[in-house]
Design a protein around this ligand. Structure first.
Ligand code: ADP
Length: 489
């Protein structure tokens, strides 16, 4: 068992390389979802604190500042140093992630180390961001410069608090922007620890600022701030709309939004059923189903449907539930009481609308926010559980007959984040991959996410991309410089 209670050193706002109390002096509780117990009181940021952080980030971005004058290769060195420090403290960070988020400890450890990988990936980009020379008509020499967009706001969810933060710090730092980040109110602790590491790594004052607080207060102050030129958000589609509106109403800041999903995973009849069941199981139950790209709609060919359902049920029932610090446990709690209630109400609606509960469908234990892994069969497309994002451990297994039919039905959603197809037939796999309206298609695998591969949504799953070269563009302005030659003397 890992060290359960790390010393909670960092519970204040991080502004201009210092930990400080909020202007109001207010604090909010952080709860351990596995027990329902309070584990910390964290300073609650609001508009006045966001203003202070933005002023620091603006000063750090000013022409002539240390950060603006720094060689790109030196920026890369700082990012790699931060990655080293995250790896050094990975166990401590993982403890914080499990404590505040109820995540399985080994998942938290992976999140910490893969956050370092993300920073290293983007460190490599620092000195490879280039413009073009453009062959124009007339006597012009024209070139483009890619310039950092400025002070960026970043609003982060609670399901992968550090992973998502580093997906956003990576491109922001590689391009030379400065940052004001708000972690989710449920999960500020690991990010504050990493803020302290950023100072230790040697990032100049004001480059990175972290303001814990609530969405409608601190979050809204970020999305409507006149001096923030870009906001990056990961969270619900509902809040994504609010952020887009705030961005439009304030200063038309650029936005990137990574939002919800209702991702299909299509299982054809030529698969090895045991392997397919395992992939589909992991696609939904990882992180207690609290994954935006979770494969929540498992479409299974009618000829293997009954066998698939029985084996999925057995797998979900066998999932060991309990203390997320126990490394033999496979299933922890939902993040909080609100999400717990929401998941339970979706389960209720599934039952009411005639889906069959194969297993789960109820609370586990009497403390914390545990929901038993739940498998529904006989799910039809119009049911709420097949249409809306549940964000919990609920698998809906849906029957189909033909490839054309399942493509149509898989695309019949307002979302378009991710998708998958399991088959040994290359023609079917590539036909489906081309036809699905989703930002990612995983063939014979699922959740194959890497820092180097762009990730984001079609339709109401978002705007823009995290990860890969593509996300750098979210943090860059393109300047065209045209020189007329020669100039008469
Ligand atoms: P979830 O449904 O996964 O909890 P949310 O979209 O509610 O996701 O939250 C994701 C992030 O958005 C959190 O950091 C939260 O505080 C923030 N947030 C919530 N409401 C707002 C808002 N009105 N403006 C800006 N940020 C918000």
């Amino acid at each position: 068992m890992a060290d359960k209670v790390p010393a909670l050193k960092y519970t204040q706002l991080f502004i201009n390389n210092e930990f400080v109390d909020s202007a109001s002096g207010k604090k909010f509780p952080v709860i351990n979802p596995a027990t329902g117990q309070k584990i910390a009181e964290v300073s609650e940021g609001d508009k006045a604190d966001v203003d202070k952080a933005v002023a620091a980030a603006k000063a750090a971005f000013k022409r002539g500042s240390v950060w603006r004058e720094m060689d790109a290769s030196a920026r890369a060195k700082l990012m790699n140093k931060l990655a080293d420090l995250i790896e050094r403290d990975a166990k401590q960070i993982a403890n914080l992630l499990t404590l505040e988020g109820g995540k399985l400890f080994y998942g938290s450890f992976y999140e910490a180390t893969s956050s370092a990988t993300t920073l290293r990936y983007y460190a490599g980009w620092c000195d490879k961001i280039t413009g073009k020379t453009i062959p124009t008509d007339g006597p012009y020499f024209t070139y483009t410069r890619k310039e950092p967009i400025g002070v960026v706001g970043q609003i982060i969810p609670w399901n992968f608090p550090l992973g998502m933060a580093m997906w956003k710090w990576g491109p922001a730092l590689a391009t030379g922007c400065t940052i004001v980040l708000k972690p989710a109110e449920q999960t500020p602790l690991a990010t504050l620890h990493v803020a302290a590491l950023a100072k230790e790594a040697g990032f100049p004052d004001g480059v990175i600022n972290v303001i814990p607080g609530y969405g409608p207060t601190a979050g809204a102050a970020i999305s409507s701030h006149p001096d923030i030129t870009k906001v990056a958000f990961t969270g619900s589609t509902e809040v994504g709309k609010i952020i887009m509106e705030a961005a439009a109403k304030s200063n038309l800041k650029k936005i990137s939004l990574e939002l919800g999903g209702k991702s299909p995973l299509i299982v054809l009849d030529d698969v090895n059923v045991d392997e397919a069941v395992q992939i589909a199981h992991d696609a939904i139950f990882v992180n207690q189903g609290q994954v935006c790209c979770a494969g929540t709609r498992t479409f299974v060919h009618e000829s293997i449907y009954d066998e698939f359902v029985q084996k999925s049920k057995a797998k979900a029932e066998a999932r060991k539930i309990g203390d997320p610090f126990d490394v033999t446990v496979q299933h922890g709690p939902q993040i909080d009481d609100e999400i717990f209630e929401r998941v339970m109400s979706y389960i209720k609606s599934g039952k009411e609308q005639g889906a069959r509960v194969e297993c789960g469908g109820e609370r586990y234990g009497d403390k914390g926010y545990f929901v038993k892994p739940t498998v529904f069969s006989n799910v039809t497309d119009e049911m709420k559980i097949a249409r809306e994002e549940i964000f919990g451990p609920v698998q809906s297994i849906i029957k189909f007959k033909t490839l054309e039919e399942v493509i149509e039905r898989a695309n019949n959603t307002t979302y378009g984040l991710a998708s998958g197809i399991l088959t040994n037939d290359i023609n079917s796999a590539l036909t489906v991959a081309n036809a699905l309206e989703a930002g990612s298609v995983w063939i014979n695998c699922y959740n194959a996410l890497q820092s180097s591969t762009p990730f984001g949504g079609y339709k109401m799953s978002g705007i823009g991309r995290d990860c890969g070269e593509e996300s750098l563009e979210e943090y860059l302005e393109v300047k065209t410089v045209s020189v007329k030659l020669p100039m008469k003397s």
